[in-house]
Write a new protein. Structure first.
Length: 236
């Protein structure tokens, strides 16, 4: 009996990726650009959105399935020019982008629902000036962290030489990217989440530790540059 052939992804293929690359090179030919999008890219995005929405089942997003699918496709279309073929496959990039979008929208919907069901409790004795300073600091750190994650994604092939390390680092960065959506976690549970996403065996946890140490050193270097930069401009 022959080996069962793994099912291929027949809606988002190398042709789709080539179409995205061509689309980004047709700025001076809008009619042809639109044809490429409608024939090769739009159907793939629609199917990707359908599959991921069905897989995630984001229960807190207050939209119909078709509206959410349309919103996600619009979001992906607006990011067609963000794809860099030298950084990997278009399918992987837009799957991650879609997943992050759905997580963020579902989290936003949950927070809105929570606000509607809870009474607003104002503490009259709180220090408003201190809160404003703390909010500004948190905003600066949030901006830095977002830029740091994006920097790591762009330079994965330079930061790590091993394909396994790159794969693990991608999973680590995924959780860094969605840190605000992870409500409760500790080091052990986070390692388990990363291990499961990277499809590692329990004995391969040391790979996560190694990657985390490299990212931590890079984070410390970049954060030092960030602190020392004039007018809080990011050094990336």
């Amino acid at each position: 009996m022959g080996r069962k052939r793994k099912k291929s992804n027949n809606y988002f293929t190398s042709i789709t990726q080539a179409a995205i690359v061509a689309y980004n090179q047709l700025e001076d030919r809008p009619v042809l650009k639109e044809r490429v999008y409608r024939r090769f890219i739009f159907p793939a995005f629609m199917k990707m959105a359908e599959n991921l929405i069905n897989k995630m089942k984001p229960t807190y997003i207050d939209s119909s399935f078709l509206d959410l699918q349309s919103d996600l496709v619009t979001y992906l279309t607006a990011r067609l020019d963000k794809f860099n073929p030298e950084s990997g496959k278009a399918y992987s990039y837009y799957t991650r982008t879609s997943w992050n979008y759905l997580i963020a929208e579902n989290s936003k919907g949950y927070k809105q629902l929570k606000q509607k069901t809870e009474e607003f409790d104002m503490d009259e004795e709180r220090n408003i000036i201190t809160e404003m300073d703390n909010d500004e600091m948190r905003d600066n750190l949030r901006v830095f962290m977002d830029e740091f994650v994006e920097y790591c994604y762009r330079n994965l092939n330079y930061i790590f030489s091993s394909s396994l390390d790159i794969h693990v680092a991608d999973s680590v960065l995924h959780f860094f990217e969605n840190r605000e959506n992870i409500e409760e976690y500790n080091k052990k549970s986070l390692y388990i989440l990363i291990r499961e996403r990277a499809k590692l065996e329990p004995a391969q946890t040391t790979y996560i530790t190694r990657v985390m140490k490299t990212i931590k050193r890079l984070y410390e270097d970049k954060f030092t540059e960030y602190q020392q930069s004039e007018f809080m401009k990011l050094p990336f």
